[in-house]
Design a protein around this ligand. Structure first.
Ligand code: CP
Length: 309
């Protein structure tokens, strides 16, 4: 039986190394079947509920694709205005209702900590697809899967995390996973958007080599991977402040020309203007391959938490 059967996936730092390895190996196995033209029916007769109280393209659609690829079915709330949350229903009541319809729930919600609250309300597995400025653990899993595929290893790399490190939940989740494998992290952000100190402290307590650098070009000269994030406009109370910081870091071909040879460029997407369009043609531009890797990783997660791996 899977060590993840019946478990919730709420935060990357709660995953054990054994669980992480199982997820990555299961994703690789599923991806290999799909690449060879095979079909899978692991999730036959099971239903996934995707409840998205914040916008999404990649996360919702890749979870739904993953479920379809495994022969399962999907019910969805893609627009919270069409759910009874708009009438004031509590998250716990919504979850207890959906538990009666589905076998596993994927939830995205603007409130940090909401995935934990949702999981406490039900006994079926709950997967956090982004809880406000908290975490986005399934993105981090597809990110490490991408790094392993692109660089051939997850260990001993220097990774620059750049952009809105305060509000960007993807970098919160990813930094915990990268730190486990002896990677060096360079944090690049405007002062007001630095990585939350409690996360930096936790990474350093685990022995991670974490440095802070304000100049992205300097960081890229030392890095095997640059992971760029969007300045999160929706998290700003002061839109003038957002406009001032927007465009603080833009990766273009002149920066890549001065970067370490073989650097890969990653981004959880959506991109606004953090990576120039010209970079898309560069062999190291991994962000659309990264988005595609969401399907095998989410197939693995759905199968493992339901015991259908
Ligand atoms: N990376 C990511 O979470 O993208 P979406 O917001 O489109 O789901």
């Amino acid at each position: 039986m899977s060590i993840l059967k019946g478990k919730d996936i709420l935060r990357s730092d709660l995953l054990t190394n054994e669980e992480l390895e199982l997820i990555v190996c299961t994703a690789a196995r599923f991806e290999s079947v799909l690449r060879s033209g095979g079909s899978l029916h692991n999730m036959a007769n099971l239903i996934l509920a995707t409840l998205f109280f914040e916008p999404s393209t990649r996360t919702r659609l890749s979870f739904e694709t993953a479920m379809h690829r495994l022969g399962g079915q999907v019910i969805t709330v893609a627009d919270p205005k069409t759910s009874s949350a708009a009438k004031g229903e509590s998250l716990a009541d919504s979850m207890r209702t959906v538990e009666g319809y589905a076998d596993v729930i994927v939830i995205r919600h603007p409130q940090k900590g909401s995935a934990e609250e949702a999981a406490q309300a039900v006994s079926i597995p709950v997967i956090n697809a982004g809880d406000g400025t908290g975490q986005h653990p399934t993105q981090a899993l597809l990110d490490v899967y991408t790094i392993q595929k692109e660089k051939g290893s997850l260990e001993g790399l220097t990774v620059a995390l750049a952009g809105d490190l305060k509000n960007g939940r993807t970098v919160h989740s990813l930094s915990y996973l990268l730190a486990r494998f002896g990677n060096r992290l360079i944090l690049v952000s405007p002062r007001s958007l630095e990585m939350p100190p409690e996360i930096v402290d936790a990474l350093r307590r685990e022995g991670a080599d974490v440095t802070v650098e304000s100049d992205l070009a300097v960081a890229m000269r030392q890095s095997d991977v640059v992971y760029v994030t969007r300045i999160q406009r929706e998290r700003f109370e002061d839109q003038d402040e957002y406009r001032r910081l927007k465009g603080a870091y833009v990766v273009d071909m002149s920066m890549i020309g001065q970067a370490k040879t073989g650097i890969i460029i990653m981004h959880p997407l959506p991109r606004v203007d953090e990576i120039a369009i010209e970079v898309d043609q560069h062999a190291g531009a991994a962000y659309f391959r990264q988005a595609a890797n969401g399907v095998p990783i989410r197939m693995a997660l759905l199968a493992l938490v339901t015991g259908r791996e």
